[in-house]
Design a binder for this molecule. Structure first.
Ligand SMILES: [Cu+2]
Length: 130
């Protein structure tokens, strides 16, 4: 009986974890990867849905890629320039070209008005371009 209750509890916690998990991650490249000058970047998000920019709908947003630049704090709008790329059509992958050397890539999920969802929805990796 106790075992049965315990296993139900474990199942419930796993379910809660799946529902409430909030994060972003690079499907590719992986942290520490070596890539060519033009390479594919794939984004994943948990705990939010991807939607095009324009309308601000709670629980939705779009991906951003910050290249060799500082983090954007929560609720701050992400600039639009070469170091801050927006995927406002709701894209979940892209191809970018970088000069050879080490680069820092940061994913940042943000709302329909490009305002950062903060550290929970941020992930930074370092890669080497050859
Ligand atoms: Cu944006």
């Amino acid at each position: 009986m106790i075992l049965r209750k315990l296993s139900l509890f474990v199942v419930a916690m796993c379910f809660a974890g799946a529902v409430f998990a909030q994060s972003v991650d690079f499907v590719e490249p992986k942290n520490g990867a070596t890539v060519g000058t033009t390479f594919k970047v794939k984004f994943a998000v948990e705990g939010m849905s991807v939607a095009p920019a324009g309308e601000v709908t709670p629980g939705t947003g779009h991906h951003h890629l910050l290249i060799d630049t500082a983090d954007i704090e929560e609720n701050v709008a992400i600039p639009m320039d070469d170091k801050h790329r927006h995927f406002g059509k709701g894209q979940t992958e892209t191809e970018i070209t970088l000069a050879p050397g080490k680069h820092k890539l940061t994913m940042q999920f943000a709302d329909g008005a490009h305002r950062s969802y903060g550290a929970k929805f941020r992930k930074t990796i370092e890669i080497e371009v050859k």
